[in-house]
Design a protein around this ligand. Structure first.
Ligand code: ASP
Length: 320
């Protein structure tokens, strides 16, 4: 038997309607199992952690979950894997923070649902069954934390929510899934992956995420730079910003880490293609750090975790 912890954190998957028909999370872990075809050979250990919409989950909450999973994976009756259920809105951030900070050597799988259990075509039970099946596979641990959704298996490094309502809400733009669940069988093909930095005691650094739009003159960056410890810029295309914003970012990069990511869904930040004010070569020459093909949301978490661990920003962003 493989003992798999089912750690409930709320979200639509645990949602029940109020009198007006609006959903909020109420379900506990044991209740999530209603209608779930638990895979053969799996014993589920229900754990109630949080009962919130994922917009209310903070990075500090996720660090608490990481500590919980590490505890469950050690001790006298260790579990063989963990499935975390939560709201889909911030699921990719939880998954990537697990990758950065969780040292437990067991499969960690995140899932959720786009349709609450009382709605026709509810996807929660199938997602939980698939997630349990993946978490029961020892070799899944080598792929890093995984997002299992709509029968696809995505690595935390790449997984992102790509749709607001469809059950096939997650994808890995630029990379593709690392496996699939079909006929109740788990097929994994993804490469081994570990982005582990370590688990800090807290995430104290204030890192802001700024989306750059055409005509941006840097005033928002200026404001964020007045109080933040670091910035991540979701820049245009291959890592570009309007010239006026470039001047502000160059100034800020002299006194705090400023990471250059792209607002595109996929592809790396360029390093040597364009010249001129606001081009990637200009920004990098002024000390901005290229995020490679790491999405801005995740670059922010990487900088927060790295700073909390005392790592140099330069060592965190030599990413491809
Ligand atoms: N708003 C919900 C949440 O993230 C959405 C979901 O669970 O899919 O908690």
């Amino acid at each position: 038997m493989r003992r798999i912890a089912l750690i409930a954190c709320g979200g639509t998957i645990a949602g029940q309607p109020d009198a007006a028909g609006r959903f909020r999370p109420v379900g506990a872990a044991a209740e999530l199992l209603g209608g779930v075809a638990v895979p053969a050979g799996v014993e589920v250990v229900p754990v109630d952690a949080l009962s919130v919409p994922s917009r209310a989950m903070s990075p500090a909450d996720v660090l608490g979950l990481v500590a919980l999973v590490e505890r469950l994976a050690g001790g006298e009756a260790p579990v063989d894997g963990a499935v975390v259920t939560q709201g889909t809105d911030t699921l990719e951030e939880t998954a990537y923070l697990f990758e950065l900070t969780c040292a437990a050597a067991i499969p960690v799988v995140l899932t959720g649902a786009m349709r609450p259990s009382v709605v026709a075509g509810s996807d929660g039970p199938a997602n939980i069954a698939a997630a349990l099946a993946v978490a029961a596979r020892p070799e899944a641990a080598g792929l890093g934390p995984l997002v299992v959704f709509g029968d696809e298996i995505h690595a935390a490094r790449w997984a992102t929510k790509v749709h607001t309502v469809r059950p096939a809400a997650f994808a890995s733009p630029g990379a593709g899934p690392v496996g699939i669940v079909g006929e109740g069988r788990v097929r994994l093909w993804g490469p081994a992956c570990s982005g582990l930095l370590g688990r800090p005691a807290a995430l104290a650094a204030r890192v802001e995420l700024l989306a750059v739009a055409s005509g941006d003159d840097g005033r928002l960056a200026e404001a964020a730079g007045s109080y933040a410890d670091g910035l991540v810029v979701a820049a245009m295309g291959g890592g570009h910003v309007p010239p006026a914003a470039a001047a502000v970012l160059a100034r800020l990069a002299k006194r705090m880490p400023v990471v250059l990511a792209s607002r595109c869904a996929a592809g790396p930040v360029l390093t040597s293609t364009y010249r001129g004010a606001g081009a990637e070569t200009d920004l990098l020459a002024h000390g901005l750090l290229a995020a490679g093909n790491l999405q801005p949301l995740k670059a922010r978490l990487r900088l927060m975790a790295g700073l909390a661990l005392g790592l140099s920003p330069e060592s965190l962003f030599p990413l491809d």
